[in-house]
Design a protein around this ligand. Structure first.
Ligand code: FAD
Length: 449
């Protein structure tokens, strides 16, 4: 039986989840060694990763509280209190996320967040081994190899590895190479959609050109654009389009079709994106994929965490939040279990149903964001939910359960939230106004779900 207290823990990947985990383990007194395939982002001006900014919400904030960094990091974020819908006719419609004061999401730069976590790690006199890629695993020798660009090898034996190396995890591939031995299930799903990031710069005197405290959405049925604010008064817009078909990336091959397309579908946004052509044709087109797999561990040698275990599509803004919640749960389990394999097993049992739930919810939310938010029945449902929240502070919508209630697991939020939605959409299909008695009946029914 191997005890976690006697082992050196290697962390492969100092992205968001790996950095938070490393910091927590150092705070708890574990022996930790950290490897990151990229060079130190603090010494480079390029963006840290796939998306420039992220929506940080209550589950993720719990992770930052755990390491004592929430007060330091949150001032770098811009609060988003609801969705601002931009209709095809350029009308604006604001849908608050919640009417409770402290319930909003936070737009934060991925780079700022990662740098703050890395700086905090280094205060423990630990150096992150940048430019070191996990490249080989020998289970028989219990040996992990990290390789630098110059082909220098770093070999570590008799440790356990926590793989936070993201959605294309190499550690997961090592496990898949032994899939028969592990009876490993693996499902990777690519969306027919890709994404492109564009910039809305500030106006004169560093003014935000759109409402600052909102997540902007241009829902267009089977495609959409969103924009999140940054503290420097820019917005990062992300265009989600199918790869193929009439409104797909494949047909937007030159500046004139691109301009015509934006003029038709994003009329109010077009004048706000002065470098549309350059950015559209030069920025990469991102893919969207999700991964579900099991098991998440190989004996007492490897554990997958964050996107490596459960990559999801970004439409609930929960991938990182879910990964940070992984760290919170792992931290609790460390206080209860010391046997490494049991710890890894328990971690998966506790997290897998929740990771699957948020993955499924993110699929649902894509349809909701690109299409349903502009549907009158859906809008009546949102208005009714705001009224319910005002009258009954105990009422939480599906979105609020997922986003603002870390005390409710993702799987509970999914089950309850879906039943609530089904009921509310049904009544809002036929009725537009509700008197006090009807509201009470609706509330009582929702409480019984
Ligand atoms: P990553 O952030 O991918 O980090 C993995 C790290 O491992 C990287 O630093 C990488 O360089 C390193 N690495 C990779 N391979 C190796 C190797 N072989 N050896 C060593 N190191 C390695 N989530 C939210 O919560 N809110 C949002 O609003 C949100 N928006 C998103 C928008 C988009 C367009 C996308 C694509 C994702 C979004 N996400 C969002 C999801 C979020 O980005 C991820 O869930 C999160 O980054 C996962 O963190 P991670 O540390 O597990 O993986």
């Amino acid at each position: 039986m191997s005890s976690i207290h006697d082992k050196k823990i290697i962390i492969a990947g100092a992205g968001l989840v790996g950095s938070l985990l490393a910091l927590r383990l150092l705070q708890k007194g574990y022996q930790v060694e950290i490897f990151e395939s990229r060079e130190d982002m603090r010494k480079q001006s390029i963006s840290a990763g796939r998306s420039i900014n992220l929506a940080l919400s209550h589950r993720g904030i719990e992770g930052l509280k755990l390491v004592g960094l929430s007060d330091q990091i949150l001032p770098h974020a811009v609060q988003m209190k609801g969705r601002m819908i931009h209709t095809l006719n350029s009308e604006l419609l604001f849908q608050p996320y919640s009417i409770r004061e402290n319930e909003y999401i936070n737009s934060i730069s991925r780079r700022t967040l990662n740098i703050q976590l890395m700086d905090a790690i280094e205060k423990w006199d630990v150096k992150i081994n940048f430019g070191n890629r996990l490249s080989h695993f020998s289970p028989e020798e219990n040996k992990f190899t990290f390789t630098t660009k110059g082909n220098l090898k770093n070999e570590l034996v008799d440790c356990c590895l926590i793989a936070t190396d993201g959605s294309n995890s190499i550690a997961r591939k090592f496990m898949l190479d032994r899939s028969a031995e592990l009876r490993m299930n693996y499902n990777q799903k690519f969306q027919d959609y890709g994404y492109k990031e564009l910039t809305i710069p500030p106006g004169e005197h560093s003014k935000f050109l759109l409402e600052k405290n909102a997540l902007h959405i241009w829902p267009r049925g089977h495609f959409m654009m969103i924009a999140l604010p940054n503290p420097d008064a820019t917005f990062t817009a992300t265009l989600f389009l199918p790869f193929k078909g009439e409104q797909g990336f494949e047909l937007l091959q030159n500046t004139s079709t691109l301009r015509t397309f934006f003029h038709k579908y994003f009329t109010d946004a077009l004048p706000l994106i002065p470098n549309l052509e350059e950015e559209f044709f030069e920025n990469p087109t991102g893919h969207l994929n999700s991964v579900k797999c099991s098991p998440w561990h190989y004996k007492d040698q490897i554990l997958l965490m964050g996107d490596a275990a459960h990559a999801i599509i970004p439409f609930y803004g929960q991938g990182m939040n879910c990964g940070f919640e992984d760290v919170v749960v792992f931290d609790q389990l460390l206080d209860q279990l010391s046997n490494v394999e049991e710890l890894f097993q328990q971690f998966e049992s506790s997290r897998k149903p929740n990771a699957d739930a948020i993955s499924d919810l993110a699929e649902d939310n894509f349809e909701e964001m690109r299409d349903k938010v502009s549907d009158p029945v859906y809008q009546r449902k949102r208005a009714l939910e705001s009224q319910l929240e005002k009258k009954y502070p105990n009422y939480y919508s599906k979105y609020a359960l997922v986003t603002f209630r870390p005390d409710v697991s993702y799987s509970e939020a999914m089950i309850k939230g879906r039943l609530q939605d089904e009921f509310l959409l049904k009544i809002c299909a036929d009725q537009t106004e509700f008197n006090d008695i009807e509201m009470m009946k609706i509330y009582n029914h929702l409480q019984s779900i």
